[in-house]
Ligand binder design. Structure first.
Ligand code: AMP
Length: 383
């Protein structure tokens, strides 16, 4: 297969921040970008050479998009599989429909993990409300109910502590299928981001450590503070997952490291991931550059951490009293600001992030947390 070289055009399905950061790298490396997004002026569309505004079901718009680009990738997981199949008949689509089909639904993702013998949190598929009580009996409380499809950033997640929470769970199940997961007592959460080329070559980034607030990623640090054995194991599992999915592009695997030291896969995303944003400052090739290299069939870049780093998300909550205090934030000298160009700030909405590099991951975390507090953001969490 001939590589897709600078000067070619990258098609991106989805208009969010992941597409924006991919388009920024693509521009630097001499590529053009066309974004396909259901709404105009999207974060990715603002920095792309062209934004096609249409629904993912619009066959004509999809065909016209496909004809303008040399390869298609995704920045958003919930793209209808049919849209990918339409595009695939015209242009290479990476990752392809199969990897996306598996990972865009939690029940299918669990089946995939079981079929491949990959350790994960014990779970039960719930087709409807009638499946809840038997599942709770099997797994016990506390447990976490998650919607099977279209869930992200903790949306559609309910922590079930005991019988008092059952009504809310039953109501959620009336609006769609779900997955009930055993609550995992973990010592830390880590993620592994890797890039995989069309020939199956991979470059795996060492584990990143993640802390969540209300089920949404809050702060990431790298490298993770896990043992060499755990890190090796996580990289091997992530590699095996990308191979089994036959994914081309970037894949992120999120893990729980349990209190007993076991690694359990929590989630798989066949695209760049929020926790990997710090690779922009910490690695020779960021996750977005790796995505570009992988989908274009080019050699993959160096994915090691050249320096410890930390990333903190800027959520819409910070805009409640007006615009955050940017000069105060930037007074943190090592802090790099990334804003996604979203007009409307809503609570929980990812508006941007900041990254700091420092002499240690802990110092980098202190730098991003201090900068965020200075700008009016949430108080630093105690560790
Ligand atoms: P998810 O959207 O599945 O990645 O979940 C978001 C976050 O919620 C995770 O990163 C954990 O912090 C928490 N969480 C989700 N599932 C579980 C579980 N089974 N046990 C404990 N915490 C969980």
């Amino acid at each position: 297969m001939n590589p897709i070289l600078p000067g070619a055009t990258i098609g991106v399905l989805g208009g969010g921040q992941l597409g924006r950061m991919l388009a920024q790298v693509a521009g630097r490396m001499g590529y053009r970008t066309v974004v396909f997004s259901p709404s105009s002026g999207s974060p990715a569309g603002q920095v792309a050479d062209l934004e096609i505004v249409a629904e993912y079901q619009d066959g004509q718009a999809l065909a016209s998009f496909a004809e303008r680009v040399d390869v298609v990738t995704i920045e958003f997981e919930n793209i209808p599989i049919k849209a990918l199949e339409v595009l695939e008949s015209i242009v290479p689509v990476r990752p392809g429909p199969r990897a996306l089909f598996t990972t865009q639904n939690r029940a299918r993702e669990k089946e995939f993990l079981i079929a491949n013998g990959i350790p994960h949190a014990d779970s039960v598929h719930l087709a409807g409300p009638h499946d809840l009580l038997p599942a709770l009996e099997r797994l016990g409380a506390p447990a976490v109910l998650k919607t099977a499809g279209f869930g992200y950033d903790g949306k559609g997640q309910l922590l079930l502590r005991g019988p008092d929470d059952n009504d809310a769970a039953l109501a959620q199940l009336r609006s769609g299928a779900g997955v009930l997961e055993r609550f995992v007592e973990f010592r830390r959460e880590i993620s592994v981001v890797l890039a995989r080329s069309p020939s199956g070559e991979t470059r795996v980034c060492p584990p990143i450590e993640n802390r969540h607030r209300s089920h949404i990623l809050d702060v990431s640090r790298a490298p993770a503070d896990c043992s060499t054995t755990a890190a090796r194991q996580a990289l091997d599992i992530a590699d095996a997952i990308a191979d089994a999915l036959d994914a081309v592009g970037v894949v992120c695997v999120e893990f729980f490291e349990t209190n007993t030291g076991e690694l359990l896969v929590n989630e798989i995303a066949p695209r760049p991931h929020n926790s990997g944003h710090l690779t922009i400052e910490a690695c020779a090739a960021s996750q977005f550059e790796q995505q570009l290299r992988a989908i274009c069939g080019l050699p993959l870049g160096d994915f090691r951490f050249l320096v410890p780093a930390a990333m903190a998300n800027l959520l819409g909550d910070m805009w409640e009293q007006g615009e955050p205090d940017w000069p105060a934030l930037l007074a943190g000298e090592s802090v790099a600001l990334h804003l996604y160009g979203k007009e409307e700030a809503r609570p929980g909405r990812k508006m941007g992030h900041i990254t700091a590099v420092a002499e240690s991951p802990a110092a980098a975390v202190r730098a991003v947390e201090a900068a965020r507090v200075a700008a009016g953001g949430p108080r630093a969490a105690r560790r």
